[in-house]
Design a protein around this ligand. Structure first.
Ligand SMILES: NC(=O)c1ccc[n+]([C@@H]2O[C@H](COP(=O)([O-])OP(=O)(O)OC[C@H]3O[C@@H](n4cnc5c(N)ncnc54)[C@H](OP(=O)(O)O)[C@@H]3O)[C@@H](O)[C@H]2O)c1
Length: 223
């Protein structure tokens, strides 16, 4: 099977996805903005570390050609302490546009995207980000940017076989790999105890690389 390209390979999700893909024998092209910062990522011959930016529409085709799937696990925002002064509200739209253009140019169809719980719908039918009691309003600009990216895939993503897997609010960096997960729809998982480890998020993503079952849709993924 052809390999996987991971945009954001140096991040928490990207590292877990790279590790899961390698453990299953898939070749990985790990895309980072500054390879000098991430020399430790190329741990074996199956990982190729390359420079790239997920919003660089002109550069994407060259990076992804010859691969089976492309993973978008990029975040321009790693925590509230960082603030929003530099956040481009169109970041996720630009990334979606670049991928929607670049993948078909390279003859690659499958796009696997990591989502954000904030745009899952509550029991009241509204996205979590619109509920001031459930969602910190200071993080809303980031959630709105993420949601605009999802909307872009929905409205303009027809030329690619995209899938967004959206974890619950509790996405745990130190969590163990159980190898199991469930998928839902567009709604917040019913159980208040819903959680997921990055390792199991990676299991779900690599499963959808190996055996695509969900197409041009967004689903929740949880323990
Ligand atoms: N509960 C939830 O729903 C939940 C929780 C956490 C994360 N998430 C989502 O999961 C995804 C991955 O998050 P994460 O926790 O893995 O984030 P992370 O650890 O902060 O990693 C994000 C990576 O993106 C890279 N990056 C930033 N801008 C880039 C660009 N323009 N092109 C290429 N790479 C770029 C960063 O690398 P450099 O800055 O070094 O280039 C970094 O390694 C994001 O969409 C995030 O919103 C969801």
């Amino acid at each position: 099977m052809s390999g996987v390209v991971v945009f954001g390979a140096g991040g928490r999700a990207g590292r877990a996805i790279t590790a899961e893909a390698r453990a299953r024998g898939h070749r990985v092209t790990a895309v980072v903005r500054d390879p000098g910062k991430y020399a430790g990522l190329a741990t074996d011959d199956g990982v190729r570390l390359v420079r790239g930016d997920v919003t660089d529409a002109a550069g994407i085709a060259g990076l992804v050609r010859g691969h089976g799937s492309v993973v978008h696990a990029v975040s321009p925002f790693s925590g509230p302490e960082q603030g929003f002064a530099g956040l481009d509200p169109l970041f996720y739209v630009k990334a979606a546009d670049a991928l929607i253009r670049g993948l078909p140019e390279a003859g690659v169809s499958r796009l696997l995207v990591v989502g954000l719980f904030a745009n899952l719908k509550t029991a009241g039918g509204h996205p979590v980000l619109d509920d001031p009691e459930a969602f910190p309003q200071e993080i809303r600009p980031f959630a709105a940017a993420h949601t605009a990216g999802l909307d872009r895939l929905r409205t303009h993503g027809g030329a690619v076989d995209w899938l967004m897997l959206t974890p619950p609010a509790r996405l745990e960096a130190g969590g163990t790999r159980t190898g199991g997960y469930r998928t839902g729809g567009d709604d917040v998982p019913e159980s208040p105890a819903a959680h997921l480890s990055y390792a199991d998020l990676a299991v779900a993503l690599v499963d959808e690389h190996e055996r695509p079952t969900l197409h041009r849709t967004r689903v929740s993924v949880f323990n």
